[in-house]
Design a protein around this ligand. Structure first.
Ligand code: ATP
Ligand code: MG
Length: 393
């Protein structure tokens, strides 16, 4: 099975890119499932079809689509854990209704779409799954819970504490309600599923994340951060799509200026996503919607390429901890050694390189681990920049 995950900032075109890819995959004879967990039912809007419902529904030959209702999934599978967490919060003097609200932690909604993939992969009914994933990042950290809690069965009560993110406030545990057999059983199952999901997501032959951005600063910055954090989690990113590009050459000054601005942003984005392949998608004359338009868009995006291929492999970011040092290696689109300058600005690194055509600037998002550290050394070798951070004492 191939799993392709589209992610990016709101409104950039994740849903349309996911739909277009899924249609092209189905036409290439892959048994394809398209999944979305957007509560706004955007798959229905994109395909311009009546409500899809919460069971896989056939859109075209070889293409089924599924809309996930996170609350329903939660009710179906995890009420025991959720109520236990709510009980813990309640025991701390928090109003019961609010306790339920708090127990539903950030990223849980996305987690349910990921767990759905784990469920689907076990059925072996699909060759390709395309996931339209709203906000990125938060859900990915749950993938590491099995590792955090330790090997399954060793420390049964760990997960609830981890889930809460405030394990320490539950001390001393003796004065709090102990989890029932049911909660423990549920925890075990969830851990096993997360473990399996982790294996699926980390397997670069199976999973690829694809970034969707527009030619503007905000969505490009967002995609860069997603790129860095996916690398940190060990998940392969194989493509960046710059969507909604205005055509150049308009006689209207207003449009011409926008198009010129976008050209600059596109070049900047390409330098920043290096060495990922980048696809440019035009802004259509009308809203991109309906099966015919989505099919055409899929054709323009991939041409003769198979969207199921892994389009890029290789770590753009690499992190290694050596005692009090953190070594970060990042690919940059420069090869000239002399005259480069690296500066750190809070959670970003700015790399300035003097080239024949003037200065080029690249900014690289930094992981949270560098927060208490300072930049000690930087070295540029070929297209690889190595930066050493050391602990501030
Ligand atoms: N290249 C394009 N040309 C014209 N319209 C487009 C293009 N790409 C996307 N759109 C339109 O932009 C809107 C947003 O697209 P889409 O819903 O795919 O974005 P999204 O990233 O999924 O948004 P959200 O974050 O809300 O889920 C839709 O109306 C869509 O039809
Ligand atoms: Mg969407």
């Amino acid at each position: 099975m191939r799993l392709i995950v589209y992610t990016g900032k709101g409104g950039t075109g994740k849903t349309v890119s996911a739909c277009s890819t899924a249609i092209k995959l189905a036409e290439n004879k892959y048994r394809t499932l398209l999944i979305s967990s957007d509560p706004a039912h955007t798959l229905t809007d994109a395909f311009a079809m009546p409500d899809l419902g919460y069971e896989p529904k056939e859109i075209l030959t070889n293409l089924q689509a599924l809309q996930i209702d996170p609350l329903m999934e939660m009710n179906k599978q995890y009420t025991t854990i959720l109520s236990y967490m709510a009980t813990l919060f309640h025991a701390r003097g928090i109003d019961e209704t609010l306790a339920y609200e708090l127990a539903m932690l950030p990223g849980m909604t996305q987690l349910f779409s990921l767990l759905k993939i784990e469920e689907v992969s076990c059925t072996k009914r699909f060759d390709a799954v395309v996931l339209d994933m709203a906000a990125s990042g938060e859900a990915l950290r749950y993938l590491y819970f099995p590792k955090l809690v330790g090997s399954i069965g060793r420390k049964l009560t760990g997960l609830v504490g981890m889930f809460s993110g405030f394990a320490r406030i539950f001390q001393p545990l003796s004065r709090l309600p102990t989890p029932s057999q049911n909660v423990l059983q549920n925890e075990l199952e969830l851990l096993a599923r997360l473990d399996n999901l982790n294996m699926i997501m980390m397997n670069q032959d199976i999973t690829s994340i694809r970034l969707v951005t527009n030619p503007d600063t905000f969505s490009i910055e967002n995609a860069k951060r997603a790129f860095m954090s996916a690398s940190l989690y060990g998940i392969n990113v194989d493509l960046a799509i710059i969507n909604k590009i205005m055509p150049t050459g308009s006689s209207d000054l207003y449009y011409a200026e926008w198009a010129d601005f976008q050209r600059v942003k596109i070049e900047e984005a390409k330098a920043n996503f290096y060495p990922l392949p980048v696809k440019e998608v035009k802004l259509y004359g009308t809203e991109l919607r309906g099966i015919e338009m989505l099919r055409e868009n899929g054709q323009l995006m991939f041409e003769n390429q198979d969207p199921a291929d892994v389009l890029f492999r290789g770590n753009a970011f690499h992190f290694a901890k050596e005692n009090s040092l953190l070594r970060m290696t990042v690919k940059v689109p420069f090869t000239e050694k002399d005259d480069f300058d690296v500066e750190r600005h809070s959670d970003k690194l700015t790399i300035k390189v003097k080239t024949r055509v003037g200065y080029m600037v690249n900014t690289v998002p930094l992981p949270a681990a560098t927060m208490g550290m300072k930049l000690a050394k930087a070295k540029l070798q070929g297209d690889e920049l190595t930066v050493l951070f050391e602990q501030i004492v």
